[in-house]
Design a protein around this ligand. Structure first.
Ligand SMILES: [Zn+2]
Length: 210
């Protein structure tokens, strides 16, 4: 009898751990795009793996590549704001900060027909007062990150990025990435491994719904 109970307990604990693994969610985010070819390569990797992600685009690049924005949107990914020209927002007067965000919102909503809520300040630089002012006046929320393989550094090659992602992924994590070829290749390796660990890849908006 005790043996049976022990067995049932083990079965039960295993099911709980599988269930717990099933609810791990993570948001991949890509800054500074869209870029010709590379952004499309990233979309392809995501779509092949049934993964959703968020693209924090620059207005200047979005204006140049509206077709790529359409492709991001049609694939069910989220497009968010990373400013127009990539300035340090902390160094700008509020009127210029708003212009940076509003002009980029316009480029995105021309494609999505949705109100743009999320933005990521370039370099993660944003004053506390600025943050509150933007929430009040534009209804916009800044989004930082808590997982970063520093894919902009030369030393961070495809294998390094893939290994970093697999080892550092966590529930409710937000990963900072960029539209680079090596990052797209790293995702090809990392996403299937993380899915096997029970991770679901969601947009920032979905992650915030909880
Ligand atoms: Zn950036």
């Amino acid at each position: 009898m005790i043996k049976i109970l022990k067995y049932l307990l083990i079965v039960c604990m295993t099911s709980i751990s599988i269930f717990a693994q099933g609810v791990k969610r993570i948001a991949l985010t890509f800054d500074d795009g869209p870029k010709a070819k590379i952004t499309e390569e990233i979309i392809e990797v995501l779509n092949e793996n049934d993964a959703k992600a968020t693209f924090f685009i620059l207005g200047t690049n979005g204006k140049r590549y509206p077709k790529i924005l359409e492709k991001i949107h049609e694939s069910g990914h989220q497009i968010a704001n990373h400013s127009y020209n990539h300035p340090n927002l902390k160094k700008l007067p509020m009127s210029d900060v708003k212009k940076e965000l509003e002009s980029t919102n316009k480029i995105i909503s021309d494609v999505t027909n949705e109100k743009i809520v999320y933005f990521r300040p370039p370099y993660g630089a944003l004053g506390k007062t600025q943050k509150e002012e933007l929430r009040k006046s534009l209804g916009m929320e800044s989004v930082m990150w808590n997982i970063c393989p520093k894919d902009w550094e030369k030393a961070s090659d495809t294998n390094y990025i893939a290994k970093f992602l697999v080892e550092n992924a966590k529930n409710n994590g937000i990963v900072l990435l960029h539209d680079y070829g090596k990052t797209a290749q790293a995702l090809k390796i990392a996403i299937p491994q993380l899915k096997a660990q029970g991770f679901e890849f969601v947009t920032v908006a979905e992650l915030n719904k909880k």
